[in-house]
Design a protein around this ligand. Structure first.
Ligand code: PHE
Length: 450
């Protein structure tokens, strides 16, 4: 047993862990979903609710997961199994959610690759009044090209995963995360210095009375869980690679702060620029903001090709580090529970996922009138037929359910005392505010009794 623990992979440095976990948290959710949601839920009110929810709900759930992982030194499923066999299902919920998310993440990753290519080769969208929409719709509904690009995206992830935790994931994150930050800051500066951008910034940060309601809160809660990568067992897996001497609470605080900051910066990069160029209405298009509205904006601005290219590279980095974390959690589960090598586990995971991803890609064709009845999931003019169905399934059901079971488990089954002991590491890292420890216990109990 002792030997096994010593053989387990670990992060080589705490900063490496923080960057890898932030890489997981910072993803399409921050850059693609968050700005759209801020606009849809009325600006400042949403941002305010979001920050509160990250601090009061997201942070404790993240800490619950990290402590479970580090205490058990296991993957998401193994951690529950080790402490109480009957709770194995809670970890399984996480793995199923991750599998589904990775399959649509891969498809969008492929789209991002396509757009990087388009910008690198001169950004020719074909002309015409609705050129950007037409271009995007034609691309996503073509049966083969998005599929191939999705596979390429997946291959890059596999390459990193197979190299291992510190040699692969940590090294890549240490390099990519600072790049992501620099790119983002460059785009923010460009966006907020455009003439008229002040209006967009105001729109973003003004809290309008009447926009804080139940919907805003639920929207912010779902977004926070997804964006922090909690409720799925990723942080259990990543926590299991953290050495005992590191301060879990501090690291979780930094990860939450980085994730939230990137989301707000992304909103600052996107909302003012779209607001100025196309008007507030174009912000409500969800995923379309990134693939249809922004290319339109870049097309109208001097040096837009360069910024377009930078933006899609940013999106690629964000998507890549998140996809890697999802894959790692699934691979850790397969290698530890079924004693497979990392390579075998990765292949085993990839094959069924490709089938599901192909389903999404083909469901786009179906929405465009190409007759593929099995993949026909679209309602009306919805842009992402099957993705949308799956997103609802994961964001509204599986992730909150996972978070609920994790807290129920930590609060009542494993015991919040044990969790706090793990976090404090026998008093080595007492919570800065003593009462905060009590808050965590109360939170885990309250949330789980909802
Ligand atoms: N947190 C990531 C994002 O914001 C998404 C993600 C979900 C990553 C689930 C890992 C697991 O996009």
């Amino acid at each position: 047993m002792k030997e096994k623990l010593e053989n387990r992979s670990q992060w080589a440095s705490n900063i490496g862990f923080i960057l890898a976990a932030s890489g997981s948290a910072v993803g399409l959710g921050n850059i693609w979903k968050f700005p759209g949601k801020v606009a849809a839920y009325g600006g400042g009110a949403f941002i305010l609710c979001y920050i509160l929810i990250v601090a009061l709900v997201g942070f404790p759930v993240m800490l619950a997961e990290l402590s479970l992982g580090r205490a058990t030194q296991k993957n998401a499923v193994g951690a529950f199994r080790k402490l109480n066999r009957r709770w194995t299902f809670a970890g399984c919920i996480g793995i199923v959610t991750l599998f589904v998310i990775l399959s649509y993440y891969t498809v969008v990753g492929g789209w991002v690759l396509k757009y990087i290519w388009v910008y690198l080769t001169g950004a020719d969208f074909g002309g015409g009044a609705t050129q950007y929409q037409d271009y995007f719709m034609n691309f996503v509904s073509s049966p083969i090209e998005p599929l191939i690009l999705g596979v390429i995206f997946l291959l890059v992830c596999i390459y990193v995963i197979v190299r291992g935790v510190s040699e692969g994931i940590e090294r890549v994150s240490k390099f990519l995360m600072p790049c992501l930050f620099v790119l983002l800051i460059a785009i923010v500066i460009q966006s907020v210095t455009l003439p008229g951008a002040v209006e967009g910034v105001k729109y973003l940060f003004t809290v309008r009375p009447g926009t804080v309601n139940g919907d805003t809160l639920v929207g912010a809660l779902g977004q926070a869980f997804f964006s922090l990568s909690v409720g799925m067992g990723i942080m259990i897996t990543y926590g299991s690679y953290v050495p005992k001497k590191e301060n879990l609470a501090k690291s979780a605080g930094v990860i939450c702060a980085v994730d939230t900051m990137v989301a707000i910066l992304a909103a600052l990069a996107i909302v003012p620029v779209v607001f100025v160029t196309l008007g507030a209405d174009s912000l409500g298009q969800g995923g379309g903001v990134a693939f249809m509205a922004l290319p339109d904006v870049f097309g109208r601005m001097p040096g837009g090709v360069v910024f377009g290219c930078l933006f899609f590279m940013l999106l690629f980095l964000a998507a890549l580090t998140s996809a890697i974390s999802i894959m790692e959690s699934c691979v850790a589960f397969l290698t530890e529970e079924f004693h497979l090598t990392r390579l075998k586990a990765t292949i085993l995971l990839t094959l069924p996922m490709l089938v599901l991803s192909a389903g999404y890609s083909l469901s786009q064709s179906s929405a465009r009138g190409i007759n593929l009845p099995w993949f026909d999931f679209h309602e009306g003019l919805q842009m992402l037929p099957m993705n949308a169905v799956m997103e609802k399934f994961t964001d509204n059901l599986m992730i909150p359910l996972g978070a609920l079971f994790f807290c129920l488990f930590v609060g009542w089954v494993w015991g919040s005392k044990n969790a706090v002991r793990e976090i404090e590491n026998n008093g080595e890292h007492p919570f800065p505010v003593k009462k905060f420890g009590h808050f965590l216990c109360v939170f885990w109990h309250l949330w789980s009794s909802l």
